[in-house]
Design a protein around this ligand. Structure first.
Ligand code: GMT
Length: 374
């Protein structure tokens, strides 16, 4: 197939999911065209059968808000036509689904099937906003197939948007050959001495991630056992994390790593991964940690319970339960055998339920069904 993939070019989240999927599809012989305003962060190096198409938005003094959505629709139309795309798979509803529908409407008789994958905040935060609710619903209704990354997100979409169409759940996947346990410990030995535990958190530092809680949990842990906290990623709440580290008196034990290209090294250097978000539709970072054999302590809300098995591959706590989360971390840190058992179970479960091969095959089936239905 010839497949267009439209996504945000982010380091993690939907951008990472879309890029890994596109690369897998190309590896199995499909022709893949990425469309975004910048080269997706995980699209590095040369890949046969992969092309990146950059959206450029022409500025004009009249435009206080240059219309990215139209520039994107125009490029999606052109790429669909010139590359004879069979499928346009858009990740994150706003504005991608609407731009794809517009692109299809601007084409002649040869039109690609549009597959939209909803990732989370496109439904729960952005889509729920009055300004974007109707366009989000329109994009969902007009796509040829719609998928969500968790059962929870499907239920939320059904409950809030009440679409008339079916929505399929295809969970996110992980490249288990890249995200795997490793004995190489350069990062750990660079930040921690022997006998110090390492906790970590990887995110885009948005308010929904509750990064201050990450630091508070760590501070309670560090008050009991020698420990370090690795924070990888960047975003608007980075200052909040720094302030929390100062306020909790652990600033010199918290390491701000910024965005990491080889993010697997952060997980591999960790004893426990923290994700106490307000909610996660899925929690890709948690899955990547599990695949590296690292237990996760996170929130019970959203789709995270579909990823982390409470009491087997990690622990889930209620919203804001900082003290309970710290106790759960300490349970794992103080009992090496238990931690190792959780780590083994985490790796096994990630490989069994979320390995890329099976999940990518499910997307291909969805593409085929969407094409046949059209
Ligand atoms: O977390 C974000 O704000 C970004 C967002 C995205 O689109 O990149 O993440 C969402 O999609 C990820 C990939 O499917 C999920 O793993 C995250 O759980 C989800 N974030 C939230 O629901 C907050």
């Amino acid at each position: 197939m010839r497949i267009g993939i439209c996504c945000y070019p982010t380091y993690g989240g939907s951008g990472a999911v879309a890029t890994e999927l596109g690369l897998s599809l190309a590896n199995s012989g499909h022709e893949v065209h990425f469309v975004s305003y910048a080269r997706p962060a995980r699209l590095t190096g040369f890949h046969p059968r992969v092309t990146f198409h950059r959206v450029t938005v022409t500025p004009y003094p009249l435009f206080k808000y240059p219309p990215y959505d139209l520039a994107l629709a125009s490029l999606l139309r052109d790429v669909s036509e010139s590359r004879e795309l069979d499928v346009l798979h858009v990740h994150y509803a706003i504005p991608h689904a609407v731009s794809a529908v517009l692109a299809r409407d601007m084409l002649g008789t040869r039109r690609p099937a549009i597959v939209t994958t909803l990732h989370g905040t496109d439904i729960t935060i952005v889509g729920a906003d009055r300004a974007y609710f109707r366009p989000t619903l329109y994009g969902i209704e007009r796509s040829d197939a719609v998928t969500t990354v968790s059962q929870w997100l499907r239920q939320e979409t059904m409950r809030f948007f009440r679409p008339t169409r079916a929505i399929e759940v295809i969970p996110n996947s992980v490249d288990v050959s890249r995200f795997r346990p490793s004995e190489a410990q350069e990062l750990r030995s660079a930040v921690a001495t022997a006998g110090e535990f390492v906790l970590s958190h990887v995110s885009n530092f948005r308010p929904v991630k509750r990064v201050a809680d990450v630091v508070r949990i760590f501070a309670r842990v560090a008050a009991q056992v020698p420990a370090r906290l690795l924070l990888a990623g960047d975003g608007p709440e980075i200052a909040v994390a720094r302030e929390a580290a100062e306020a909790c008196g652990v600033a010199e034990r918290v390491h701000f790593l910024g965005e990491q290209e080889d993010v697997e090294r952060v997980y591999q250097a960790s004893d426990v991964f923290l994700l106490p978000s307000e909610h996660e539709s899925f929690g890709l970072a948690a899955l990547e940690a599990l695949a590296c054999g690292v237990p996760v302590v996170g929130c019970r809300s959203g789709g995270l319970p579909e990823v982390v098995r409470d009491g087997e591959t990690g622990f889930l706590v209620e919203d804001g339960e900082v003290e309970v989360a710290a106790q759960r971390c300490l349970e794992l840190l103080r009992n090496g055998a238990r931690r190792a058992e959780f780590g083994r179970a985490a790796r096994e479960d990630a490989v069994r339920r979320f390995a890329e091969r099976e999940i990518v095959a499910r997307y291909v089936e969805t593409y085929e069904r969407a094409l046949a239905a059209r």
